[in-house]
Design a protein around this ligand. Structure first.
Ligand code: UDP
Ligand code: MG
Length: 317
């Protein structure tokens, strides 16, 4: 019998764990689906991991792990994938903003042969206008950069074991789960869902963390910003040809002393371009540096007793 694994990254979600575990297990048991729930506490500083252990002790289908510190949701997702044993894996938020019933629709599509089932937001729920606009802009740019339509995609998706194994075998450290499933390909189907409101606690994303997330993801999937540097160069060369001719003409006409304003402007513009370009290149070098160091995406400090096999860098408790 096929087993469905559900990966739930959780960062300071102590109020959500017990409820989510209960809702999901009741739903899947009612449908007669063999399942396991994998909670990853992303270095939570509250009782999240204690709650996970409690849930795991009460229900053998539930297991989990705690990170040694906060590594971010991407790391949480990948650690969750590593701990799963099911034939199909659903990744979802543990605050139940992704409606649990949608899992059943995904499971059906998987049974019918789909290898990736993308959850597509039918609306963005109750988000502020500013957030909607910036998220919309981000996905426009991202879709352009990676040449795939991501406008309504989310981290809520079902993956076949094959796809999970492909993702786990990627050596890269800076992953962007949402786009990697598009990149991986496979037989993809979609399921629409409506984003619910968060029941307990509050969103873990600040504006700053979203901006960092956007830049990191855009650069991890595209080298277009690097090519921008070339564009800057071409623009400056054109500008300099024009000014070169103008300067020579002035020189031969004998009035070359003026043009101090031009000099200041040129220094400012070119200086700006050079610094911006260096910044862009520097950002990519930083990414290369991070990849080359080859540090793990996450460090697991504890796993629940029912986690079988060797989990790198983990200590049972
Ligand atoms: N999350 C995580 N690590 C983090 C931030 C968030 O594992 O550093 C988890 C969080 O517990 C939740 C999911 O990622 O299960 C989505 O986060 P949140 O609900 O705060 O984001 P939003 O729904 O507002 O986009
Ligand atoms: Mg949420």
């Amino acid at each position: 019998m096929a087993v469905l694994s559900v990966v739930l990254p959780a960062y300071n979600e102590e109020q959500n764990i017990a409820n989510t575990a209960q809702v999901l297990s009741a739903l899947l048991e009612k449908q007669g689906i063999a399942y396991e729930l994998v909670f990853i506490s992303d270095g939570s500083t509250d009782q999240t991991y204690a709650e996970i252990r409690k849930a795991a002790a009460a229900n053998p289908h539930i297991k989990g792990a705690q990170f040694s510190r906060n590594f971010g949701k991407e790391a949480g997702i990948f650690a969750g994938l590593e701990l799963t044993t099911g034939d199909a894996v659903v990744v979802m938020d543990c605050d139940l903003q992704h409606p649990p019933e949608t899992i059943l629709a995904m499971w059906e599509k998987w049974n019918a042969g789909a290898e990736v089932v993308e959850g597509i937001k039918s609306d963005r729920g109750k988000e502020s206008l500013g957030y909607k606009l910036s998220a919309g802009l981000f996905y426009k740019i991202m879709s352009r950069l990676i040449k795939m339509d991501m406008s309504a995609s989310s981290d809520f998706k079902l993956l076949d074991r094959k796809v999970v194994d492909v993702l786990l075998s990627l050596p890269e450290r800076n992953t962007f789960f949402r786009a990697l499933t598009f990149w991986a390909g496979f037989r993809t189907e979609t399921v629409e869902y409506e984003v619910r409101e968060r029941q307990f606690g509050k969103s873990k994303w600040s504006l700053w963390s979203l901006i960092k997330y956007a830049i990191a993801n855009a650069t991890s999937f595209s080298t277009l910003p690097l090519q921008l540097v070339t564009v800057f160069g071409v623009i400056s060369i054109f500008g300099s040809i024009i000014l070169f001719i103008q300067t020579l003409v002035r020189y031969f006409m004998g009035n070359s002393v003026e043009g101090f304003t031009t000099v200041i402007l040129l220094i400012l513009i070119i200086g700006g371009f050079i610094m911006l370009s260096l910044g862009i290149i520097g950002h990519y070098i930083a990414r290369v540096y991070e990849e080359v160091k080859g540090r793990p995406k996450y460090i697991i400090s504890q796993v629940t007793d029912n986690v079988a096999g060797n989990v790198t860098g983990s200590w049972k408790r």
